[in-house]
Design a protein. Structure first.
Length: 158
């Protein structure tokens, strides 16, 4: 199996950058409310930004190198911290977990699968797991942070 980025991976990297741009615009527009945002949300945003910045780097550059492995561990760590932290972000749904938290559970399970597959040089499983995490845990979850009643949506569109 080739490790060169295919069309899907090029698209996923580009979509990660688009989402990063929307988050940056929302955060800058919400500057006046920064002091009201709980630390748990800032941690969540910070780790998401790390993952989004690294996504195209990891997808588009040469794989199997020492640098890819090192950045991959940082990406995996950011994804895991994001998922665990999200369990404590309960600004919606009267403080209860919401259906979007299912993606957090999925991420907590799949990040170790991703790392184990990489360490075993199981390129097929590693690649499939990366794609699933990017699509589900980054892009779909990221999309759902922008409805008008949620923080980033209010900042961006409000």
């Amino acid at each position: 199996m080739s490790t060169a980025p295919d069309k899907l991976e090029k698209l996923l990297g580009a979509l990660a950058l688009v989402l990063l741009g929307f988050i940056a615009a929302a955060v800058l527009r919400g500057m006046g409310d920064w002091g009201l945002v709980p630390a748990v949300v800032w941690l969540h945003l910070s780790t998401v930004v790390v993952a989004l910045v690294l996504t195209p780097v990891l997808l588009w550059r040469r794989r199997g190198t020492r640098g890819h492995r090192q950045l991959g561990y940082v990406w995996a760590g950011a994804m895991l911290i994001t998922a665990v932290d999200s369990l404590f972000v309960r600004l919606q749904n009267h403080g209860q977990l919401s259906p979007i938290h299912a993606l957090s559970a999925m991420t907590i399970v799949l990040v170790p699968v991703l790392v184990i597959a990489a360490r075993r040089h199981d390129v097929y499983r590693h690649r499939r797991t990366v794609r699933g995490l990017i699509i589900g845990a980054l892009l779909i979850a990221g999309f759902f942070t922008f409805p008008f009643h949620r923080l980033l949506g209010r900042w961006l569109f409000g």
